[in-house]
Design a protein around this ligand. Structure first.
Ligand code: PEP
Ligand code: MN
Length: 288
């Protein structure tokens, strides 16, 4: 006799866009940045100054983070600043400095592109193009960067929901660029004790809903130097595939985000802790 079987479907709040959906690639994506795999068992640490300021600042800081164990160098040449009177970055000159620091240290470089007109130049010097929080929904930029073949670091908009974030990533994939890494960098909440609220929930949520690698930026996520290491460790414990950390060889001299930048010695200590933590959860820290 046939019985009526009531099949209860799980409630799906929203349908994730096809290309980024975990369903389309259950095994996960590993993004290759000039030989460095992001999204593998090994956690990738990218570190460096907020902004490229001058040759000495960049080369010293790059040397420091390389010695501490970073695999990639970060640093903005084009800076999105709240005030038009703040240091806007060195532009092309900054890109050239990043190119030299890459040669000297062997670390691939990630740097921000803010405008469609900068894509060609930034892609010439960078190993990975960063799309910042303020540009997460800059659709012309997403379409343009979607058409190049370099890996992309797409940061979460400070006021973007996970759905909006996944749709922004879908723009890149649907325009042909599948080499996309996501980065949780803190969201706006009612809390004023920190610059942003680092949304640790986003790590497992994103890992479940998309096949793209997920890294975390505890520097912008907290805005406070003493909170960076604890939150970096929390991010790794929660399953992050990498970290983006601001380090400055002399934070008090920084033209941008000095108060959230680690001293080189702090960074080195953090890396030691991260190596132990990674081992405890069956992962490792990528080394060059
Ligand atoms: C940065 O990483 O340099 C930066 C500007 O971060 P965000 O876009 O997350 O504010
Ligand atoms: Mn910064």
């Amino acid at each position: 006799m046939e019985t009526d079987v009531c099949i209860i479907e799980p409630v799906i709040r929203t349908k994730d866009p096809d290309l980024v959906s975990r369903k389309s690639r259950p095994e996960g994506t590993v993004v290759n940045v000039n030989g460095i795999p992001i999204g593998s068992q090994e956690i990738v640490v990218m570190a460096g100054p907020c902004a490229v300021e001058n040759e000495e600042q960049l080369s010293e800081t790059a040397r420091n983070v390389r010695a501490g164990g970073a695999s990639m160098l970060r640093g903005g040449a084009f800076k999105p600043r709240t005030s038009p009177y703040s240091f806007q970055g060195l532009g092309m000159e900054g890109l050239e400095m990043l190119g030299r620091a890459r040669e000297k240290t062997g670390m691939p470089v990630v740097t921000e592109v803010m405008d469609t007109r900068q894509v060609e130049n930034v892609a010439r010097y960078a190993d990975m193009l960063q799309i910042g929080s303020r540009n997460m929904q800059n659709f012309p930029l997403l379409k343009e960067v979607g058409q190049i073949s370099k890996p992309v670091l797409l940061k979460r908009g400070m006021m973007a929901t996970i759905d909006e974030y996944l749709h922004a990533a879908e723009y890149l994939l649907s325009h042909g660029n599948t080499q996309v890494v996501l980065c949780e960098r803190g969201i706006r909440t009612f809390e004023t004790s920190t610059r942003y609220t680092l949304d640790l929930n986003a790590i497992p949520i994103l890992k479940q809903r998309t096949h793209l690698p997920v890294i975390v930026d505890p520097s912008h996520g907290t805005g406070i130097r003493s909170l960076v290491s604890p939150m970096a460790k929390a991010a790794v414990a929660a399953g992050a595939d990498g970290l983006l950390i601001e380090v400055h060889y002399s934070p008090e001299k920084a033209l941008c985000d000095g108060s959230q930048s680690l001293y080189p010695e702090e960074f080195a200590l953090l890396m030691e802790d991260l190596r132990k933590l990674a081992a405890a959860i069956g992962r490792g820290i990528h080394t060059l």
